[in-house]
Design a protein around this ligand. Structure first.
Ligand SMILES: CC(C)(COP(=O)(O)OP(=O)(O)OC[C@H]1O[C@@H](n2cnc3c(N)ncnc32)[C@H](O)[C@@H]1OP(=O)(O)O)[C@@H](O)C(=O)NCCC(=O)NCCS
Length: 172
């Protein structure tokens, strides 16, 4: 079995239990990870939560104060900034013509700070702008501007965030 090299950004190492596969990761302080996860070669910041049945692949970077809800799949080349919510069963995509086999063909996704992704959304390689909300079940094929709500397949801008929503996000 591969040696587990799990480090935590504090004096104490993160100690995976027997129901967690966590290999060669940096896990931030006060980050809670539930059972039955497969997480490898990536970085997760402070004060995050990772739900059950989540896979997070090599070279993913997740910032501070993020929630990754159960059953989501976060593939290589995804960067998630601080204060991002990823709902249940969100699927990220890096290989647009599978199976390309060659990671050089894979494309990058960036989720900017404060964004919120609804359950069962599919995120193709795009940039999602700050504080934007992705509706449940959306298929996001193009970049999403900041402060927008998008829904549908393919996802389209439904509206901009209202003042109350912006204030709520700023309080996070
Ligand atoms: C998109 C969302 C934020 C609602 O935004 P809203 O501006 O309040 O939208 P409304 O409810 O007023 O609906 C506006 C229109 O968008 C449609 N709509 C709302 N959510 C939608 C969605 N996820 N997908 C497709 N259409 C949607 C509505 O049917 C309505 O259409 P109509 O004008 O033809 O009647 C919300 O519906 C959503 O999907 N949130 C994500 C929730 C989630 O997944 N949480 C995860 C943890 S439980």
């Amino acid at each position: 079995m591969a040696e587990q090299k799990v480090q935590q950004k504090s004096e104490q190492q993160y100690q995976p239990n027997q129901h967690q596969l966590i290999n060669n990761c940096f896990i931030g302080r006060n980050t809670k990870i539930w059972n039955f996860v497969n997480i490898y070669d990536c970085t997760i910041g402070d004060n995050c939560m990772v739900g059950t049945f989540v896979e997070i692949q090599k070279d993913v970077a997740i910032g501070n104060n993020c929630r990754i809800q159960s059953h989501s799949f976060i593939c290589s080349l995804v960067t998630i900034e601080d204060n991002v919510f990823v709902g249940h069963g969100v699927m990220f995509i890096n290989d647009l013509l599978p199976p390309s086999g060659d990671p050089k063909n894979w494309k990058r996704t960036i989720i900017k700070k404060g964004a919120s992704i609804g359950s069962n959304a599919t995120i193709l390689p795009v940039t999602i702008g700050e504080n934007s909300i992705i509706g449940a079940g959306a298929v996001v094929t193009k970049d999403v501007p900041a402060d927008s709500v998008v829904v549908g397949n393919p996802a389209k801008v439904l509206r901009q965030l209202n003042q109350k929503e912006k204030e709520m996000i700023n309080k996070k």
